[in-house]
Design a protein around this ligand. Structure first.
Ligand code: RIB
Ligand code: CA
Length: 322
């Protein structure tokens, strides 16, 4: 069971969500917006599930749906640091939000790019006050760390969805999608020295959106929850077809769940690195779970969750959005 220093009293934890919405990213963003323990300072977008123009449009549409046009969106990298872009329309649909049926947003992204904003924000705000939540390929953060190494000491924590060990890969036999799209960026972040909590497939595959877990969300009957259930309950969910499960995995919202209720999660501090050369296992997260190397532990690797309790939290919070 994990514990972590959560904001004392009523002081919300200030977060920036770096994301490639993405159906599961969308649920993570909504969960964060519905949770008073968190203050979403900005959303930065990246190419991943779909091209960055679409992930940016989806982020703006989600903020409008939630009535949060006050939160700025910064468009980020259109491609990985060194590799050709890869996307996941086969999972999230051509729009990246299959089933959401959101109207085209009026909200537009800010004029500066994501990496520049991350640098400006982290240099401007007191050190240790901004937590970065990474839900897609880590290109934006890698660019910021490369251009401004001084921000390393200013980031409170990185909480990221990425990697896999026990579960194997979901885009190749060995690699999870976010790490596979930009393995060089993932390695830069893992080697940065910033405190990192990783939520890999090893935990997200234990939080399946089954009909029983979606039923209480559907019963709320709001625009938000109707959209969530349309997206998560679709018969052709990727993992449902691939693994024969009762539903799809819910990856990204677990990062927000960890920030809200770390006690629902368990894992181990260890060294995690990323393969950037070997063709057969490019993007694989190399997890030294049992310290068999002399590589310094650099991440909290989360590999279990009390899934029903997480879905109860998700349901309770989504009900707060109308
Ligand atoms: O492998 C799952 C991850 O890849 C999730 O973040 C999903 O949104 C996709 O980006
Ligand atoms: Ca994502």
């Amino acid at each position: 069971m994990m514990t972590q220093a959560s904001p004392t009293g009523s002081t919300p934890r200030r977060i920036v969500i770096d994301t490639d919405p993405g159906q599961d990213d969308a649920v993570a963003i909504l969960l964060a917006l519905a949770s008073p323990e968190l203050k979403v300072e900005a959303i930065t977008t990246v190419a991943g599930n779909v091209p960055v123009a679409l992930t940016t449009k989806n982020a703006c549409a989600l903020l409008e749906l939630a009535g949060r046009r006050d939160i700025p969106v910064f468009e980020g990298a259109a491609r990985p640091l060194h590799r050709a872009p890869i996307s996941a329309e086969h999972v999230h649909g051509e729009t990246g939000m299959a089933g959401a049926n959101l109207p085209p947003p009026k909200l537009r992204p800010q004029a500066i790019d994501a990496a520049t904003h991350l640098i400006d924000l982290l240099r401007r705000e007191p050190a240790g006050t901004i937590t970065l939540v990474c839900l897609g390929p880590m290109t934006n953060l890698a660019l910021a760390l490369t251009h401004a190494p001084d921000i390393v000491s200013r980031i409170a924590q990185i909480v990221a969805m990425g990697g896999a060990q026990r579960e194997g890969g979901n885009i190749t036999p060995t690699a999870e999608f976010n790490f596979f799209v930009d393995p060089h960026a993932a390695r830069i972040v893992m080697r940065s020295g910033v405190p990192i909590t990783l939520l890999p497939l090893d935990v997200t595959h234990r939080a399946i959106a089954t009909p029983a877990r979606l039923k209480p969300i559907a019963a709320i009957g709001s625009r938000v929850t109707d959209m969530v259930v349309r997206m998560l309950g679709a018969e052709d969910r990727f993992e449902k077809l691939k693994y024969g499960w009762e539903g799809g995995a819910l990856h990204d919202p677990l990062t927000i769940g960890f920030l809200l209720r770390p006690d629902l999660f368990s894992g181990r501090t260890c060294n995690v690195d990323v393969e950037v050369d070997a063709p057969l296992c490019l993007g694989q997260s190399i997890v030294d779970l049992w310290a068999v190397t002399d590589r310094v532990p650099n991440a909290l690797w989360i590999n279990d969750v009390q899934a029903d309790a997480f879905y109860s939290l998700l349901t309770e919070r989504l009900a707060l959005l109308d």
